[in-house]
Design a binder for this molecule. Structure first.
Ligand SMILES: O=C(O)CCC(=O)C(=O)O
Ligand SMILES: [Fe+2]
Length: 227
């Protein structure tokens, strides 16, 4: 499931974050690449060990934690502290799948990456190239979203960031361990939840049909969730 959520951050929130990031001490992203992906990764990064990045990342985590679509789609159990990426001068990230297990530095936590997420912090007209290309069961999909939007995709999908040939592409990325690791199961739960939400509108609070669907939702979640 490849899902985009519009307006996770408002225009003002993006502007404030961009302002802070403009003075940040960016590091070579190759330092944090896995042994194989190091050969395909060319960007600048602000990692979890940077106290300021940690603080800005926490701001993003609280936005995610309050977004109903994100909550319903991800069923997040654990979220990796967001990392900030900057691509420029041909910077790119070649085709890869994300590492399955990610240890959170300075914390005794390991996260299994079920879902990968990119929060776009540059407007599409600020840079050329830089599309996030994700292989899906229906073929490759190119993603280049307005600043403040987020895309979620399964971490086991092959994906790449095309070279940024002009301007700068700044984004935040994170990985989510979901209570439901299986993508098709999680996707069905999301569809069911979305339908329950829209069917509930204008109906009695105790509508028996909506109630039955809610019971089905929870009983499927009980069957599939691992916590
Ligand atoms: O910048 C992006 O949109 C994704 C980057 C990526 O795939 C990664 O850092 O693993
Ligand atoms: Fe990736």
């Amino acid at each position: 499931m490849l899902l985009t959520i519009e307006g996770l951050l408002s225009t003002d929130e993006v502007a404030a974050l961009r302002d802070e990031l403009s003075g940040a001490a960016w590091k070579d992203g190759a330092e944090t690449a896995g042994t194989r992906s190091v050969s395909v990764k060319q960007n600048l990064q602000l990692g979890v060990t940077d106290p300021q990045a940690r603080e800005w990342g926490n701001g993003l985590l609280s936005k995610l934690g309050r977004n109903p679509t994100f909550i319903s789609a991800s069923l997040a159990e654990k979220i990796f502290p967001p990392v900030f990426n900057l691509y420029q001068d041909g910077g790119h990230y070649g085709c890869h799948v994300d590492s399955a297990l990610m240890r959170v530095p300075q914390a005794d936590i390991t996260i299994r990456s079920d879902i990968s997420a990119t929060i776009f912090l540059s407007e599409p007209d600020e840079y050329e190239g830089g599309e996030l290309v994700v292989e899906t069961e229906y073929g490759a999909q190119e993603v280049k979203l307005p600043a403040g939007d987020i895309v979620l995709y399964p971490s086991n999908s092959l994906h790449q960031v095309m070279p940024v040939t002009k301007g700068q592409r700044i984004c935040a990325i994170t990985w989510i361990q979901s209570a439901v690791a299986d993508t098709p199961a999680r996707s069905m739960l999301f569809d069911l939840d979305q339908s329950i939400q829209s069917l509930s509108v204008g109906r009695d609070k105790q509508d028996p049909d909506v109630d039955r669907l809610i019971h089905v939702y929870h009983n499927l979640l009980r069957r599939w969730a691992q916590v």
